[in-house]
Design a protein around this ligand. Structure first.
Ligand code: FAD
Length: 403
């Protein structure tokens, strides 16, 4: 396998890094401060559309989508890593979750009408979207448990689909520009277990859709995107809102949760790098007991271990990306699950070390470490719990030994 960067990837990386250094990093701390000071932080600050327009004009836009960027998964990895160093860069480049996953779904499975109505404005960065699968009342790590319903009823113009149920942790639903969500619901409990569910495109202003509350993650609401609890009460839509037709929810979930989901791991490598660089700066510029922090206790070893852990995890991510590019996401299931276990746990360790070296300051919002810790911890669940991924890896491993 060859992880050397192509000339095209190298060129993009130089430009992305330059854009982040000159346009994003100088304004990022103020962005967070200004947002936190607002009475209503569910607001788009003017600087965000300005940055997006600049990134777009620079051709650094929708790089996550191979058909737009022409980049392979291996080529995209260092770009996502660069974006992951900053909390706002992914959005600036229109490469942020969950919109990227939703765009991939619409790109792969959407009808022409669905693409015109939703994919085009998402690709333009004009609107945002949410993905509503997880439910508070069932163990949602097992997607066959989803109990909210998407019942198809016959009628004129092909009939309608009626949605009922409660979803939560719907990321992005608090964003002022969130206009559409993808709802996963039970359509036919008698069908094969992987053909019971459907995915439905729901305009956020459809009667019967109510965002009941925004959920905190370690006390943070992640404004202006957030994670909402959403109730669906007799939400009626034409059957043309069902993506790829009724009963194909699982098939689409497999597609959605394939290549797009390794982007989180790529970005987390960048976040861990950011934490390590902050730790090194702090350790070399602050003195205790007459020495720089770096020279106290086991701090040099901890920094060395962090460097090793990040480089190991990066290689595993590149390997998974290479497998996706060469054999496809389905055949790379073990490698994808491996990085989903390794990377968030690695990032948590590195960020925790950086927080410790910062002392009490590491727990505040004066540094991006506390938010980074919450984000990395979330990804031990949000991308599927570690245990589920370990189950996938062991199943594939043990299968080799079955008679
Ligand atoms: C910040 C954040 C953002 C999120 N964003 C979204 C979103 O945008 N859209 C969305 O639909 N969902 C989202 N989620 C939800 C996430 O996908 C679910 O939390 C996850 O799938 C687990 O489902 P659950 O919470 O119901 O946990 P459960 O299924 O109840 O599992 C709880 C625990 O049980 C154990 N467990 C489960 N299965 C196994 C197993 N096979 N072996 C051993 N132990 C096991 C694990 O310890 C697991 O953590 C988000 C979550 C977070 C924290």
């Amino acid at each position: 396998m060859d992880f050397a960067r192509s000339a095209r990837a190298e060129e993009y990386l130089t430009r992305v890094n330059e854009f982040i250094a000159t346009e994003i990093e100088p304004v990022e701390a103020d962005y967070h401060r200004e947002l936190a000071a607002l009475d209503d932080p569910w607001t788009v600050l003017p600087v965000m559309p300005e940055l997006k327009a600049k990134a777009r004009a620079a051709g650094l836009w929708n790089l996550f989508l191979p058909s737009v960027s022409g980049l392979s998964t291996v080529e995209y990895a260092p770009l996502a890593e660069a974006m992951g160093r900053s909390a706002i860069a992914p959005e600036v480049f229109n490469c942020n979750a969950p919109d990227t996953g939703n765009m991939e779904v619409l790109h792969l499975y959407g009808s022409q009408e669905q693409q015109d109505r939703w994919l085009t404005p998402l690709l333009e960065g004009e609107i945002r979207s949410a993905f509503c699968m997880t439910e508070p009342d069932v163990a949602s790590s097992d997607a066959t448990n989803m109990a909210a319903t998407a019942i198809v009823k016959d009628g004129p113009d092909g009939g309608e689909v009626v949605l009922n149920g409660r979803k939560w942790f719907s990321t992005n639903i608090g964003h002022p520009n969130c206009r559409v969500l993808i709802f996963m619901g039970l359509t036919d409990p008698d069908a094969h277990k992987y053909q019971q569910h459907s995915m439905v495109l729901v305009p956020l202003d459809t009667p019967g859709v109510t965002v009941e509350r925004m959920l905190p993650v370690f006390g943070r609401h992640d404004e202006p995107s957030g994670h909402g609890e959403v109730v669906f009460t007799d939400v009626r839509l034409p059957v043309s809102a069902v993506i790829a037709g009724p009963g194909r929810g699982f098939e689409i979930a497999q597609g959605r949760l394939g290549p797009g989901r390794v982007h989180h791991c790529m970005r987390l490598i960048g976040l861990a790098e950011k934490a390590l660089s902050l730790a090194c700066e702090r350790a070399t510029t602050r003195t205790a007991f007459g020495k720089p922090l770096a020279n106290l206790g086991g701090n040099r070893e901890r920094i060395a271990q962090a460097r090793i852990a990040i480089d190991q995890a990066r290689l595993l991510v590149l390997h998974a990306a290479w497998r996706i590019d060469t054999v496809g996401a389905q055949a790379a299931r073990s490698e994808i699950s491996q990085i989903k276990v390794v990377v968030p746990n690695m990032a948590l360790g590195v960020i925790d070390m950086a927080i410790q070296l910062h002392g009490a300051a590491g727990m505040t919002d004066d540094f991006p470490l506390a938010a980074a810790y919450a984000g990395a911890r979330s990804l031990r669940l949000a991308d599927g719990p570690d245990e589920v991924h370990l189950g996938v890896i062991s199943r594939i491993e043990l299968k080799k030994y079955l008679p």
